[in-house]
Design a protein around this ligand. Structure first.
Ligand code: ADP
Length: 321
């Protein structure tokens, strides 16, 4: 039977198979073909298809792998840059505090000096007042500890160290920041008052980063309050439980308040209204709070001044866990 070309379009492979079939049909049953044309597409179709599938899969996997490696590298670099910025902002706010920290450190050192001289005079007397001397020595120990704690806090704030997550007592962190800023508060004559809930407020956080957020808010608040006209300047830090699982911290001042409509803008990078400001403190504070699963926002207080709010997920106490 002669091979007839079909009117339907055929692929080369189908055409070849039909050609071979019509050729075979001309021979009687039982004929043995010692050679037939090598048609890889037809004879090894399954292998070729499988090979192509594997090649496509290898190409796809390689593509995904390269894309994932690239994305991971970009994420690693972004984390690295963020860590640098967090550290830079921290060092910059500590830089602003140099004068007040020196003032703060000077107090215990002056007290130690005075007490040591008094103790030396007592020792030269015929009758050494042992009880009084013991009190003086205890004062010296307390003052040295105060100075050492301050130096340790400064060192923690300026040192570069990997972030960690531990349970932090929020009220303790607020008290620490108040201590660290005692010099600034004295130099600017802005008292910092505390209104802390007696409830245990624990959050899972990097203690230094949490301290950095509070330090930035309180430092800004002291600066703003020092510009207060009329009322005596003051800053208040409040802590509360705003929901069963939410710790709420508010830093409030009675300064001039935020520029109208800028309550959200203040957290944008490089937004500053200060001549020597960098405008990164609140931006970094927001990034730290959000990386801890929290929220930060600002409002103007109707009676005057600004209030900065931080909400963080609370870790239940052992008795509630
Ligand atoms: P910087 O202090 O370098 O300006 P921040 O990011 O800490 O950077 O603050 C950004 C801006 O937000 C400040 O320049 C100021 O305009 C505004 N701001 C922050 N805190 C207060 C506040 N307590 N009262 C009024 N304005 C504030």
């Amino acid at each position: 039977m002669a091979y007839r070309r079909s009117s339907r379009p055929r692929t080369w492979q189908v055409q070849q198979r039909h050609l071979w079939a019509s050729f075979e049909a001309r021979f009687s049953m039982g004929s043995v073909f010692l050679a037939h044309p090598f048609l890889p597409h037809a004879d090894y179709r399954a292998y070729v298809a499988a090979g192509m599938l594997v090649a496509v899969q290898v190409a796809l996997i390689t593509g995904f792998f390269l894309e994932r490696t690239g994305r991971r590298r970009a994420q690693r670099e972004a984390r690295h840059v963020r860590a640098h910025l967090v550290h830079l902002a921290r060092v910059s706010s500590m830089g602003e505090l140099v004068v007040s920290l020196a003032h703060e450190l000077n107090q215990p050192l002056t007290a130690v000096h005075g007490n040591a001289r008094t103790a030396a005079r007592m020792l030269s007397r015929d009758q050494v007042p042992v009880a009084e001397l013991a009190d003086i020595l205890q004062d010296i120990v307390n003052d040295v500890k105060r100075a050492a704690d301050l130096v340790a806090q400064i060192r923690d704030m300026v040192s570069r160290r990997p972030a960690e997550r531990v349970h932090v007592d929020v009220n303790g962190a607020v008290r620490n920041v108040r201590k660290l800023l005692a010099g600034e508060s004295a130099v600017r004559r802005v008292p910092v008052e505390l209104d802390l809930t007696p409830l245990p407020l624990r959050v899972e956080a990097d203690p230094i980063q949490l301290q950095q957020v509070l330090l930035n808010l309180v430092l800004n608040a002291i600066e703003a309050a020092s510009m207060s006209r009329g009322d005596p300047p003051k800053v208040e830090i409040r802590s509360a439980l705003s929901a069963p699982r939410t710790v709420h911290i508010v830093v409030r001042d009675n300064g001039p308040g935020l520029e109208p409509g800028m309550e959200g803008q203040v957290f944008e990078p490089f937004y500053t209204t200060k001549g020597s400001g960098m405008g990164i403190g609140l931006w970094i504070a927001r990034s730290i709070v959000e990386s801890h699963g929290g929220r930060i926002w600002a409002t103007n207080v109707p009676e005057g001044g600004a209030a900065f709010h931080v909400a963080l997920p609370r870790v239940p106490g052992e008795e509630e866990a």
